[in-house]
Design a protein around this ligand. Structure first.
Ligand code: ADP
Ligand code: MG
Length: 576
């Protein structure tokens, strides 16, 4: 393997040549203490930057054996290293065109989840994938700057953030321990009959709607009501006390601005783990909890929403409901049925993003609009059955309607950011003030719906697909347009309402998965949840299954996020 001196000499020799000569960098270079692999060389200084990776053997990574003993510990460490490197690389530039001199690594944000930026192997070796902007003036190679970058700045970043001695050993131990504890807490939920757990002392509010870090000042730490408090064991942190959210139907009530939505958002994010110091590192939700909300305007393809919505005045049948422009209630019914289809065990809903007529229909409205004229069976009439018949729990934030008090197993009241157990009081109120609603009759059962199988043309640009122009020479192109949107061939795929996608890297992964579907075609005649599940399984085994090109910008998504993306494709086509 050529050495860093050879790399330096090559770069000096390339000085002044035209940009494509950088292709000579491809391959592996022996650097002091690590191997640098140049995996992809950009075509010009304005293109997406070049992809490189640093491979540190166990001796130079210097991670103590305890950190390597479990997958959860290794992941905690890997993400700690990734955050340090990505922050350390920020803002580096040299003179030159485009992104000359910039070094970038995908940031894990506040989350701790499998990602490809930094990986720690069981033997203690470390692989870090990042990008470099190879320097140029116009289209002329700036060889000396490139030499400074690759044989100076990059090894310095590796030493400062990845190699032995880069971190206080106590920080690494904490990153490993906190992540292992979060995994342990989640694994205990089932045996305690819980769907979520919020440790006492957790800090749930965020700095702002666009800043996921904890609120810096004035945050009221979480404190469980005594009646809901459980203590769960952890391998590193001993017994952790906090509020258990029981399986069944849980209602969170309270006045406006008392922290209800903030609690629900923490539960949504609790399917992922969080970094030490996030405030939510000991907030965990079962892994199959899915946020469900209204999303008017979305496309729906062949979803049986008849348990909630009978045939529509338009004459549309709801046993196989298709629209390119769903209403609030039909979009929420579709999202709920799709979540069940994908295997959700818990549904999370917030009044702020629900369609009112999907949630409730009170006595007076029942009297005014006769049952035969209203296609919607509100969730309040089915939420108990969801748990009893289908084993699916619901956590619902609802400050504005008391009709759910009859349906709830647990009622949590938020008052000035403090939760209270209002279950007993809610029973009294329900008895004193009967809702007086007429229970609906003859509803279709909530059981499994007819399978939705993908047609050959399901993925746009696929063989015989609709958008011919959407296929490049290598097949369907899927790109991340912005934080919430993909472009799939010619179509925009809006994922803003899939709220448990929290990182740009998760969006990149979904884009890669969709693009690969066009090449693989083994999904034809498979069901939507079946495809989502097999992709998620492959991804969980190795993220590089999404894209074999050694990318550093991929992160884990669940089958629910994959199914959500498939279900929102405007070009989705089903068999039959
Ligand atoms: P609700 O859904 O009950 O109307 P939100 O959850 O939207 O209330 O919270 C209202 C505001 O209070 C938000 O700005 C949020 O960041 C802040 N907040 C929420 N929880 C806390 C807390 N524990 N301590 C301090 N501020 C909080
Ligand atoms: Mg709210």
């Amino acid at each position: 393997m050529p050495t860093h001196e050879a790399l330096h000499a090559l770069l000096v020799r390339l000085d002044g040549r035209s940009y494509p000569a950088y292709k000579e960098l491809r391959g592996s270079w022996r650097m002091p203490g690590f191997r640098l692999s140049v995996d992809h060389v950009q075509g010009d200084p304005f293109a997406a930057p070049s992809r490189v990776s640093a491979h540190l053997p166990p001796q130079t990574a210097g991670l103590e054996p305890w950190l390597l003993e479990s997958e959860a510990r290794r992941l905690g460490v890997a993400v700690w290293l990734a955050r340090a490197f990505s922050e350390g690389a920020e803002g580096r530039h040299t003179t030159g065109s485009g992104r000359s001199g910039a070094v970038g690594m995908a940031s894990p944000g506040q989350l701790v989840l499998a990602q490809t930026a930094v990986r720690v192997r069981p033997d203690g070796s470390v692989e870090a994938r990042f990008t470099v902007g190879l320097p140029a003036r116009g289209r002329r190679i700036m060889g000396r700057e490139a030499a400074d970058l690759l044989t100076g700045a990059v090894p310095a970043l590796v030493r400062a953030h990845l190699a032995e001695g880069a971190h206080d050993p106590a920080d690494l131990r904490r990153a490993a321990a906190v992540n292992e504890d979060a995994e342990a807490l989640r694994s205990r939920l089932g045996e305690h009959g819980l769907v979520a757990f919020v440790a006492d002392g957790s800090v749930l509010p965020r700095r702002s709607g666009v800043d996921d870090r904890p609120l810096a000042t004035g945050a009221v730490p979480f404190r469980s009501p005594a009646s809901l408090r459980v203590t769960l064991p952890t391998p590193n942190g001993g017994g952790v006390a906090g509020m258990g959210v029981p399986a069944g139907v849980t209602l969170v009530v309270g006045g406006g601005f008392h922290g209800k939505s903030t609690l629900l958002r923490a539960l949504e994010a609790g399917v992922w783990n969080h970094r030490p110091g996030d405030g939510r590192e000991r907030v965990v939700t079962v892994a199959d909890a899915v946020k469900v909300r209204a999303e008017d305007g979305r496309a729906v393809t062949g979803v049986d929403i008849s348990p909630f919505i009978g045939d529509l005045p338009s004459g549309d049948h709801t046993r196989s409901f298709t629209t390119r422009n769903a209403s609030g209630s039909t979009s929420q019914a579709a999202a709920l049925v799709e979540a069940l289809e994908a295997g959700a065990g818990v549904l999370l809903m917030d009044e702020d993003t629900c369609a009112t007529n999907f949630l409730i229909r009170d006595r007076r409205m029942q009297a005014l609009v006769p049952a035969g004229k209203e296609p919607i069976t509100p969730l309040v009439d089915r939420v108990r059955e969801l748990h009893r018949e289908a084993g699916v729990s619901t956590v619902l934030i609802l400050g504005g309607s008391g009709d759910y008090l009859d349906a709830a197993d647990t009622v949590i009241g938020m008052d000035a950011f403090r939760p209270h157990d209002l279950t007993a009081r809610a029973r009294e109120v329900a008895a004193e003030h009967p809702a007086g609603r007429t229970p609906p009759e003859g509803l279709p059962p909530l059981g499994p719906r007819a399978p939705r199988r993908l047609a050959d043309r399901a993925i746009p640009g696929g063989r015989g697909g609709s958008g011919e122009g959407s296929r490049g020479p290598r097949g369907l192109r899927v790109r991340v347009l912005d934080e919430r949107t993909l472009r799939v061939g010619e179509e925009r795929l809006d994922l803003a309402a899939v709220e448990q996608i929290l990182l740009p890297t998760q969006l990149q992964t979904l884009a890669a998965l969709l693009e690969a579907l066009d090449r693989r075609r083994d999904w034809v005649a498979e069901t939507v949840p079946g495809v989502a599940r097999s992709l998620a399984d492959r991804l969980a085994a190795d993220l590089d299954h999404a894209d074999p090109r050694a990318r550093g910008d991929l992160a884990l998504v669940r089958r629910f996020e994959i199914a959500a993306a498939l279900n929102r494709l405007r070009t989705l086509e089903l068999q039959g």
